[in-house]
Design a binder for this molecule. Structure first.
Ligand SMILES: [Zn+2]
Length: 442
């Protein structure tokens, strides 16, 4: 082999493993100080309970959402009006459940950074506006909700500040949702709005409690965090469920692929962090605002701290038996909240710079020595990457860049022993979320 050919091969290998320096800049730009300022502001509205006062300009959820909208407007002004900021609201009727004692407007704040090429395709980051104390229907007591969930809300605002300095091909949507503690009403409202508008949602990164580093069990870590995702969508058909028995896919739904994407992006660009994939929709028996998006058939995951302190969630502020209860500011670690905000920001940037995922991915290779994959090419991709992993592995451990083709045979890789997927690769090296095959080739 000639030396020049060797050099060329080397260059090609490098270009396939490239990282994007803009992603490091994004991590650096997330500010713990600004997060502290915003979380403090939110906590100081006294309560942000969904049923609380909406008239006062200093206390209650009305004041909080008006301030959030105003902040998004300020961010937009700073980027030549690059954000479309609006309220999305739905009336929830009395007795919708036991936590809705009277008719109430559930009002979300939405900010859209419109993509240049795919204005109708969205990657979404959500936090929550609302807060609560011990009694879920107590809408007058102080409920600062500093960690739950002023941190997620402030994270979405900070991500908007950072990412609005860049241009993307896909749209990024930042939102503060309401009615979470009363029954996930805000998420349901925005998911329905998205369906009505015909939005294509790549995924929802729901942030709910991203600021606590000391668990109720005493474990302290400012590196660990969790990514919750359901295994398969609740909207799948009976036929899809049946075919899983024979072809696999029990742990390969669209939300799980999104969770793996967050995991990989974090490991690549923030190797000091320890993301844990949790193979379940949410904490045991508990809820979060990604679920209504999952219910509507969209990919959505929950990003949150690893070590929760239950004395500091959903509690009346008090001291009992020497234990201080309440979700107050002093328990929030803003450097950590900045890290998790950065995880969101780099995931959204990578996805929003990536081409669409390959379509109609099918797999074959039954009773053959090699696995075969085929897909439809997508606009904007310079090539495709096949991923595979052991059936017991939580993450995609093997990959091969196969170039700008629409089919590839993995010689010597027996289909029975692995799971497979395909991603599209863009010119800056950013990849789509991996697509698990949806059909069989015989
Ligand atoms: Zn909560």
């Amino acid at each position: 082999m000639k030396y020049s050919t060797l050099l060329l091969l080397f260059a090609v290998t490098i270009s396939q493993a490239q990282t994007d320096n803009r992603i490091y800049d994004i991590i650096q730009s997330v500010s713990a100080e600004r997060l502290e300022k915003d979380v403090t502001m939110l906590a100081n509205f006294g309560t942000r309970h969904t049923l609380s006062d909406t008239v006062s300009n200093t206390r209650g959820i009305g004041a909080a959402r008006r301030w959030i909208k105003k902040e998004f407007d300020v961010i937009s002004k700073d980027c030549n009006n690059c954000l479309e900021v609006f309220y999305q609201k739905d009336m929830v009727k009395k007795d919708a459940n036991a936590r809705i004692p009277f008719d109430v407007w559930v009002v979300n704040v939405v900010a859209i950074q419109r993509g240049s090429k795919y204005p109708n395709r969205f990657i979404i980051m959500s936090g929550d506006i609302d807060s609560r104390v011990s009694d879920p229907n107590d809408y007058t007591s102080d409920a600062p909700g500093a960690n739950d969930n002023a941190t997620g809300m402030a994270g979405a605002m900070e991500a908007a500040r950072v990412l609005s300095k860049y241009k993307f091909e896909n749209s990024i949507l930042y939102t503060g949702l309401s009615g979470e503690e009363q029954g996930l009403f805000g998420g349901a409202g925005l998911a329905a709005y998205a369906k009505e508008k015909g939005w294509e949602i790549i995924g929802v990164l729901n942030n709910d409690m991203i600021g606590n580093i000391e668990g109720v069990n005493g474990v302290i870590s400012n590196r660990d965090f969790r990514i919750f995702s359901e295994p398969v969508p609740p909207t799948e058909t009976e036929q899809q469920r049946n075919s899983r028995r024979f072809y696999g896919g029990e742990v390969d739904g669209i939300s799980r692929q999104l969770a793996r994407y967050v995991h990989t992006t974090t490991k690549t660009y923030m190797p000091e962090m320890n993301p844990t994939l949790i193979y379940r929709l949410d904490r045991f028996g508990r809820g979060g605002h990604h679920r209504p998006f999952n219910d509507a058939g969209f990919a959505g995951i929950r990003i949150m701290e690893s070590h929760e302190n239950y004395n500091q969630q959903h509690q009346d502020i008090r001291v009992e038996d020497g234990i201080a209860y309440g979700d107050v500011l002093e328990h929030v670690n803003f450097e950590y909240a900045a890290k998790l905000t950065a995880v969101n920001a780099i995931t959204m940037a990578a996805i929003a710079w990536a081409p669409p995922a390959p379509k109609n991915v099918v797999i074959g290779g039954i009773v053959e020595p090699s696995a075969k994959l085929k897909w439809d090419k997508v606009e904007g991709a310079i090539g495709y990457k096949i991923y595979w992993r052991d059936t017991t592995s939580p993450t995609w451990n093997h990959s091969r860049y196969v170039g700008d083709v629409s089919a590839h045979t993995l010689e010597g890789i027996v289909i029975d022993n692995y799971f497979f997927g395909v991603a599209a690769v863009g010119k800056d090296g950013h990849e789509s979320v991996v697509v698990f095959p949806g059909g069989i080739m015989r």
